[in-house]
Structure formats: C-alpha cells, structure tokens
Design a protein around this ligand. Structure first.
Ligand code: ZN
Length: 441
C-alpha cells in the first residue's frame, strides 16, 4: 500500500515537473474568460505574437481587447494588435493597461503605433500578465459591487432586477434615497452607463458617484434626503460579459434604440419604467455616461440653441461650470468642453428630453487623452499635457458629477421642471433631422 502511494506520488510529481518545464519554455495568449477578446492569434517568434480585437456582435469597428499571457517570468513579450486602423479615433495610440493580479492596473509603458498596428511590449513580471484596452470592469465585478453596496447601506440602497437581457442575464436598477422613500417631493435623477459595453469609464464613474452618495459626507446626506437617484450602471450586460465594444452594433446600437418602439428588450423596459415612474415623481435630470473614442477628451453633449429655450440653453452651461468647479484637478481643464448635438433621433438623452422635459446630458469620460486634435469644436481649448486617467480619477470624477448635480438641482427652485417643460419652439414644428457634429456618442 505504502509502495503504491509512494509510486503514485512520484508519478504525479514527475508529471508536474515535466509540465512545469514545458510551460516555462513557451508563452501562450488566451482570451477565453469573462470580458476577454483577442482572436486570430499567431506566433511570430518565441516571444512575439500578433492578434486581433474581434468584432463579436457585428460592430463595424473593433476596439475592445482583453487577453492574458502565460509563460516564464523575467522576459518581455511583444504583442501586435493588428487591426486598430479603423477604430474610433486611434490618433496617437492610446496606451492600454496591464496587470499581474487583475487588481492593480497600470498603463503599458512601451507602445508603438503605426496604423493599423498597435505594438505592445509587456514585461513578464510574473508568470501571468493581463492586458486590456482599458481598465476592465466585468459583469461579475458589478454583481460583487452591488452586493457589497446593499450590505453596506440597506436603508438607503435598493438593488432590483430591471429585466433580463437577451442572453438571460440580470440587468440591475439601483435606487438610492434616504429611507428608500420615493416620495413625489424628492427630485429624481436617472442615470445609465455601458450602453456601449466596452466603454468602461462609465461604470467606474457611476461607482464613484454612488459610493459618495451613500457616504457620511454632509452633502451626500442632504442629497439622499432631497433626491432619488435611479441608476442602471450596466445596460448592455451581454456585451460586457462577451467582451464586445458594442458601439454601432448590428442589428441595433443600444444608444440609438431609444425610439417610440425600441427593438432591444432592455431599452424597451427601461423606457417604459422611466415613463411610468415619471408620472408620479418629480423627474428632473437624465445623465447617460459614455467614453469618447480612444484619445478623445472629456466632454458633455448638450442641445444647440435651436433645439431648446434660451433658459434651458443657459442652464446647460451652468451645469458645465459646476462640473468644472467640482472636478478633481486632473479633470478640471476638460470640464467645460461641450459639443452640441443636433437632433440625432433615438439617442437616449434626446428621447428623455423630448418625453419628459428634463435636463438631459451625455457625459463622455475619457479613457486617456494623448493630445488635442483640434478636430472637435470644443470650447476654447489649448494644447496641454495630459493628466493620467486612473481608476481613482474616474471614481473622483463620479463624486464631482454627484456634487455638481446636487448644487445644480439644489439651486433650482422646487418644481422647476414644470417650467422647463416649456419646450423649445421646434416642438410643434416638423423635426429637422440634422447631422450630428463630430462623432456620435
Ligand atoms: Zn458610447
């Protein structure tokens, strides 16, 4: 008996040693995990690979990639992402992120951009390295976060399932207000993120906003008392889980489906839920958080003068001034950038504005700008060195957004929304569908 056990142990240990030796000699790149995306991987030499960001949901342009490298520590592995020539604003080659434990992420320091190839040199500081387009925030991360949030603040936070996605995942609706009392006296704010599943900055920003809102900060306490926040931090959960970027996806982009008859069940439920809620609550504001194209700067989409009243137009700009005031230093210079979008049909904020007369904004939060291109008609910008975007700075931006909303709506007399429902003069006219300025959000 002892002999058999000894022999078995010897065998297992030999196999282990053999496998270990075999692993130690070769690098391997995989993406078969939640949120992973990297296809057509070819090995060019022992430590040089090429592969593609895949368009899994028939998105016309690839952008999101997320893969892992396994192999011996101590060397450097070069990975060429070969199909980024057509992505949204490749410009100067935004630096992706690398992690050795999937907790701490840093920018890849050595990159080389020669369209369409972004070449990454990854130092193997351990036996495994994860590399992603930007800081990953998966569906599992969201579930873990929401569980913790509920446990921490049971009396002020409710997490419910808004609906199930087409692939059967839960889409979550988070309500935050003091005592969970949703009275008609409180001002309501609806917020969405990850309508484009690869646009990770939105979830970090909304997480930062929520964490501030449930904190003991006196401003947060007052806001919980006066406001009701309804947040859907991850709208396209299937896209997130499958590692898709999701923008302009076929047959329908989530953000372009906010029409009278949405084709995506999640958007249909969301629209109906908001409309029903707005009937007996004071619905004041709608914010939809996105990420601009790679290297794009932070900005906010607003209505142009010919689509809203003078008062609405001025109030939009008051909100941007507040964003500038409250933004952390690294974001201050961006805070007042805005683009005026002209009547793009079916986009979330336009639909919400039209239906409910609320203040509606698309907030674009950058992955990492590298330089200003001058391509967009921003408000008085000048060339400046880019501040680093980190998970912390994104969360701080969320807190700034929350404080700006509090100040903005807190200053407004109660019931102001009735006055703002004084629609623009174009309301009764046949809508003129103009091309959007710059890139569509
Ligand atoms: Zn977007």
């Amino acid at each position: 008996m002892h002999v058999i056990l000894f022999l078995t142990a010897l065998c297992v240990s030999s196999v282990g040693l053999y496998c270990g030796a075999a692993q130690a000699q070769e690098y391997r790149i995989t993406s078969d995990f939640e949120g992973g995306n990297f296809g057509n991987v070819t090995k060019l030499s022992a430590n040089h690979f090429a592969g593609e960001a895949e368009t899994k949901l028939s998105e016309p342009k690839p952008m999101w990639y997320y893969f892992r490298i396994d192999g011996p520590a101590g060397n450097e592995v070069t990975v060429d992402v070969v199909n980024l020539g057509n992505i949204y604003g490749p410009r100067a080659g935004m630096k992706p992120v690398v992690s050795y434990d999937r907790k701490t992420w840093k920018r890849v320091e050595q990159t080389d951009w020669k369209s369409p190839v972004l070449s990454l040199r990854i130092p193997m500081k351990g036996r495994t390295a994860w590399v992603a387009f930007c800081f990953p925030y998966t569906y599992t991360d969201l579930r873990t976060y929401l569980q913790r949030l509920k446990d921490q603040s049971p009396s002020n936070v409710n997490v419910e399932i808004l609906c199930r996605s087409r692939q059967g995942r839960d889409v979550f609706l988070v309500t935050i207000t003091a005592g969970l009392e949703e009275t008609g006296q409180k001002k309501g704010i609806w917020m969405t993120g990850r309508q484009h599943s690869g646009e990770v900055t939105g979830t970090f920003v909304l997480e930062g906003l929520i964490d501030f809102l449930v904190s003991d900060d006196p401003v947060a306490r007052r806001m919980r008392k006066d406001f009701i926040f309804k947040v859907i931090p991850m709208v396209d959960v299937d896209g997130v889980a499958n590692g898709c970027y999701g923008k302009d996806q076929v047959p329908k982009d989530f953000n372009r489906d906010w029409t009278k008859n949405p084709s995506i069940p999640t958007i249909q439920t969301l629209r109906t839920t908001i409309s029903n809620w707005a009937r007996d609550h004071s619905y004041q504001m709608f914010l939809d958080v996105h990420s601009p194209g790679a290297c794009g700067e932070n900005h906010i989409y607003t209505l142009p003068r010919n689509r809203c009243s003078h008062q609405y137009y001025d109030r939009q700009h008051q909100f941007m001034k507040l964003m500038e005031e409250y933004s952390p230093a690294s974001n201050k210079i961006y805070a007042r950038n805005y683009l005026e979008v002209r009547g793009v049909p079916g986009m979330a904020w336009v639909a919400e504005y039209t239906d409910h007369g609320v203040r509606a904004f698309i907030v674009e939060v950058t992955y990492q700008p590298t330089k200003l291109t001058g391509a967009l008609p921003m408000s008085s910008l000048q060339e400046f060195p880019s501040p680093p975007v980190t998970i912390l700075s994104l969360r701080e931006y969320g807190e700034a957004l929350c404080r700006a909303i509090g100040h903005f709506l807190g200053d407004a007399p109660h019931g102001e929304s009735q006055e703002t429902r004084d629609r623009p003069s174009s309301r009764h006219a046949k809508p003129t569908l103009l091309q959007p300025q710059g890139e569509m959000p």
